[in-house]
Ligand binder design. Structure first.
Ligand code: PAF
Length: 277
């Protein structure tokens, strides 16, 4: 596996790959890699000749600086995992390779229709940070395909929309959520959970499946929100929305095209999940 920490060096490698007419898949990450990320890498490997994984903890997408500072950094372990998984290239850019003049002097990309609800509403500025860094990473890696997980479903839709709106020549490949044995969606943030918190966190997916299987979803949302409160889980949101437009569909007759979204805090650890209805 080749590791590049400077855009200038990555750029030379990309030129050679393109000269040899090889296709590239990008898996953008913020590190602390787990089985969910490795499943994205596996999909990328099937899709293209060259798989690039990027690790960049993007300060611009954290609305809470404490959250940014606490974000787990495990580069040595991540490198080992990627080597074992036969990733071709790891790109770990320095801050000056992504935002040479600082984020505030960089051109920002703000998606306008999908970002005023769910995480976009609860984490102001988050998706501007995500869109901007993903656009930069796509351009720097020259990727033909980008693999994104359904665990961050709103992020997947927002990036797809940005790519469409800006005519970026790249194909989006979506990958299913990988879960812990207790059905908790795998996330880098899970590494902050104690054993007891891990047990409590399994209530998130239980809530989603409980609502999915219920006849009166509105009533079940109220009931299960109360149950979460009793377990000291603080809800950010628990909402049913259209799986393309993210419009609220709680009052629709059929939930055929809807998804159920949850974000909640267990102590100060924020977790998200979603399932199709
Ligand atoms: O999903 C993530 O890890 C991040 O939001 C991403 C896509 C790598 C952008 O920083």
């Amino acid at each position: 596996m080749q590791i590049y920490t400077k855009y200038a060096d990555l750029s030379k490698a990309i030129q050679e790959i393109k000269t040899n007419s090889k296709s590239i898949s990008l898996v953008p990450t913020m590190g602390n890699l787990h089985a969910g990320h490795l499943s994205l890498i596996d999909i990328a490997k099937q899709q293209s000749d060259i798989t690039i994984c990027s690790i960049f903890i993007n300060p611009a997408q954290f609305n809470d600086q404490k959250d940014f500072k606490q974000y787990p950094q495990t580069l040595e372990f991540d490198i080992e995992k990627l080597k074992q998984n036969n990733t071709n290239i790891l790109y770990v850019p320095r801050i000056q390779d992504i935002y040479p003049n600082g984020f505030h002097k960089t051109t920002h990309i703000t998606e306008k229709t999908l970002t005023n609800v769910l995480c976009g509403k609860h984490r102001p500025g988050h998706f501007t940070g995500v869109c901007t860094v993903v656009a930069i990473l796509i351009n720097q890696t020259g990727a033909d395909k980008i693999v994104l997980g359904e665990k961050d479903y709103q992020q997947l839709l927002v990036i797809k929309k940005m790519i469409w709106d800006l005519s970026i020549q790249i194909q989006v490949i979506k990958a299913p959520t990988i879960r812990h044995e207790n059905n908790l969606a795998l996330s880098s943030r899970n590494s902050h959970l104690s054993l007891q918190q891990l047990k409590t966190a399994s209530l998130l997916n239980k809530t989603l499946t409980g609502i999915k299987n219920s006849f009166d979803k509105k009533q079940e949302i109220i009931k299960l929100s109360e149950m979460l409160k009793k377990h000291k889980i603080k809800l950010d949101y628990l909402e049913i929305r259209d799986n393309k437009t993210l419009k609220n569909t709680i009052n629709s007759k059929t939930y055929k095209n809807s998804r159920l979204f949850i974000a909640a805090f267990i102590d100060n650890i924020r977790l998200i999940d979603n399932i199709r209805l």
